[in-house]
Design a protein around this ligand. Structure first.
Ligand code: MF3
Ligand code: CO
Ligand code: CO
Length: 288
């Protein structure tokens, strides 16, 4: 992208006069600009501290669940574990009653892409299960998920979990001021499709922190250089949902559960990311 080329944001101005120059603005100016132009609420140091604390609780919750997962347990038992752990730590589970969602955590097994409602489904040996945790701690939200193996995984389970994990890792590696949201989506799409898998398009990452879902949307597909330019203080999730088969989905009768149309396995990893001056910091840090 040349500095004198038209800005990819569509403003009609030169790139250097538009999005490229944003990374040099004063923090207060940048905050006003991003609020006005994109409805993006940039976070200040005190906010970041709060989200980081909420994020620490997410990681502890995911670790607690990981230690408990075993064949024979129901997805509702995971809900009970997460619900109690969240309250015990002085937080509120954001999913509970969010737009009518009836439980405290999303639990998505095998062909379930996301938004699985905990219930009587029993985890069996060889399943994969995604657990998506979002507490509200002192008013701040952090959002992350992991896909776990139940017992011993078969080759398909191993493949899809590896590709989903690596998709998140690759997209994180391109986060720095001056790069764009499109760069992240491209990194995921290029890799996952190259592995013969597909990327779900109907659900995207999102700004997070003051609220569960804020601007901007963060698609897990796209083109390099397109979309909003990353600037310090942005906090958003990346949460690629990767299918072993086709990308298409069906929403079940409960109006929440998203499943692969072809019944193939789907896996996901999510973290809450802060854009820093130099690059990024995960506010829900766990190893990928
Ligand atoms: N945690 C999900 C996300 O990553 C959203 C779940 S919405 C709920 O954005 F209502 F199902 F909890
Ligand atoms: Co999310
Ligand atoms: Co989530």
């Amino acid at each position: 992208m040349g500095r004198n080329a038209p800005c990819p944001c569509g403003s009609g101005r030169k790139y250097k006069k538009c999005c490229l120059s944003k990374i040099d603005l004063e923090p207060a100016e940048l905050k006003r600009l991003y609020a006005k132009k994109y409805k993006i609420r940039l976070k200040e140091p005190a906010d970041i501290k709060g989200i980081r604390s909420a994020g620490q609780l997410v990681v502890e919750t995911l670790d607690m669940v990981e230690a408990e997962i075993r064949p024979g347990m129901t997805t509702d038992e995971i809900n009970t574990l997460v619900h109690k752990f969240t309250l015990k730590n002085g937080a509120i589970p954001a999913p509970l009653n969010y737009r009518g969602f009836p439980k405290s955590v999303c639990v998505s097994v095998n062909e379930v892409i996301c938004h699985g409602i905990p219930g009587e489904r029993i985890l069996k040996d060889g399943d994969i299960v995604n657990v998506d945790v979002t507490p509200i701690l002192e008013g701040y939200y952090a959002d992350a998920n992991k896909t776990y193996f139940v017992g011993t995984p078969g080759p398909e389970a191993q493949k899809i979990v590896k590709v989903a994990r690596e998709s998140l890792k690759r997209s994180m590696s391109v986060i720095k001021p001056g790069n764009t949201i499109g760069d992240l989506g491209w990194a995921i799409q290029e890799y996952a499709e190259g592995q013969g898998c597909s990327v779900v398009r109907e659900f995207v990452g999102h700004g997070v922190g003051f609220d569960f879902h804020e601007a901007p949307q963060v698609p897990h597909f796209g083109r390099r250089g397109e979309g909003v330019t990353l600037v310090p203080g942005m906090v958003f999730t990346i949460e690629p949902m990767i299918n072993l088969g086709a990308r298409h989905l069906t929403i079940l009768e409960d109006n929440w559960t998203a499943v692969t149309k072809d019944g193939s396995l789907s896996a996901q990893f999510e973290q809450t990311i802060l854009v820093t001056d130099q690059g990024f910091e995960s506010l829900t840090p766990y190893d990928l």
